[in-house]
Write a protein that binds this ligand. Structure first.
Ligand SMILES: [Zn+2]
Ligand SMILES: [Zn+2]
Length: 370
């Protein structure tokens, strides 16, 4: 199929400004590339970091977004595992499949020069034509088309029984939720505190339950989010209205929880997670924290017998595991993951989608891009 020369995309227009723009349609640049016609894309909490113009952010006119599913419409000469017409999902970063990190499953830390995050081209690189940019400076997926480098190792073919919405969640936040829970060593009989009920926190409740947690407390203060957490089976704790620590201790014979999953990215949330766990417990932190120091001391960590894990989810690795599991279960038996999409709209309404999401009026926004 001949691609149109131009397409619609959401682009970064400067601090807290997203613009619906007409931009050139991406082309195959390297032989490992595919071009995906985006069926739908989602707005993620990670999109809000550059949106707020935080340091090291993206350049003006860069297309935003990294959560998408779609169909392969063009491919480079070296692409072996995908064909035109394949329905594919992708993690939020590209990876080569062959380097040290990919081989040990840390696909999010791939060392290949083309490994990068979608929707992340800085101001300097934006001045160059796309083919002359650094190989890991990738445009985003809030668009009608997106170029995916290293497509053999990055894209995952989506089984027919997996919906577009499920495939998008697997590419980032559902995989991240399972990563958080696995890092927290959640298992049968564990008492778990989830700090932060944004989309990843809500899915972490379901992930913890899938892994056998006997009890999940969910901490937030936003009524819609607490209501969804409750509907997922968590005991909700509004930290503005109750004593979280006292409640968790009361429910664990005074010890504290076995696990805290922290999904906010602030030191206040991390400290609450630390305080909520018992000695010998595990603190799993997924929120992107830009502070310079931990909110607990080495002495406190020692006294707590602390196990602490953090970092970015190797989503490609988790997709490979979770997608067949999900595909094997009948749709009516699947956990209600896609309920986190509270707002569904068209790419053309993406500016409003960002507004709703940034104001926390939406839990998660799905954009149909066709
Ligand atoms: Zn994301
Ligand atoms: Zn690699």
């Amino acid at each position: 199929m001949a691609l149109p020369t131009h397409m619609q995309a959401l682009t970064f227009g400067g601090k807290e400004k997203i613009v619906l723009s007409t931009v050139p349609t991406p082309q195959v640049i390297r032989p490992e590339d595919v071009i995906v016609k985006v069926a739908c894309a989602a707005i993620c909490g990670s999109d809000l970091h550059p949106f707020h113009g935080r340091e090291g952010g993206i350049g003006k006119n860069c297309t935003t977004g990294h959560e998408f599913v779609g169909t392969v419409v063009a491919l480079g000469n070296n692409v072996k595992s995908h064909r035109i017409g394949d329905r594919v999902a992708s993690p939020f970063t590209t990876n080569c499949g062959g380097c040290f990190y990919c081989t040990i499953g840390a696909t999010c830390r791939c060392s290949h020069e083309q490994a990068g995050g979608f929707g992340w081209v800085d101001d300097e690189q934006m001045l160059l034509p796309e083919k002359d940019r650094k190989a890991n400076a990738l445009q985003g997926a809030h668009a009608e088309f997106v170029r995916v480098p290293l497509a053999d190792a990055t894209c995952v073919k989506v089984p027919d029984s997996i919906t577009d919405e499920e495939a998008i969640l697997l590419g980032d936040i559902l995989s991240t939720a399972f990563f958080a829970a696995e890092n927290g060593d959640v298992g049968p009989g564990k008492a778990v505190v989830v700090v932060g009920c944004g989309p990843v926190g809500l899915l972490s409740i379901l992930a913890a339950q899938q892994l056998g947690a006997s009890k999940v407390w969910a901490v937030d203060s936003i009524p819609d989010r607490l209501a969804m957490a409750a509907s997922f089976g968590a005991e909700t704790l509004n930290f503005k209205a109750c004593d979280v620590l006292a409640t968790v201790r009361a429910g664990t014979e005074g010890r504290g929880a076995d696990v805290a999953l922290e999904l906010v990215g602030t030191s206040q949330a991390l400290r609450l997670g630390f305080d909520c766990i018992r000695p010998g417990g595990t603190l799993s932190s997924i929120g992107v924290n830009t502070d310079a120091a931990f909110p607990f001391s080495p002495q406190e960590a020692y006294g707590k017998q602390l196990t602490f894990k953090c970092g970015r989810c190797p989503a490609r690795q988790f997709m490979e595991k979770l997608m067949p599991q999900l595909a094997a279960s009948p749709p009516e038996a699947r956990p209600p993951y896609t309920r986190v999409f509270t707002h569904r709209m068209h790419l053309h309404e993406g500016v409003e989608g960002y507004r709703l999401f940034n104001n926390r009026e939406a839990i998660k926004v799905l954009l149909s891009c066709a």
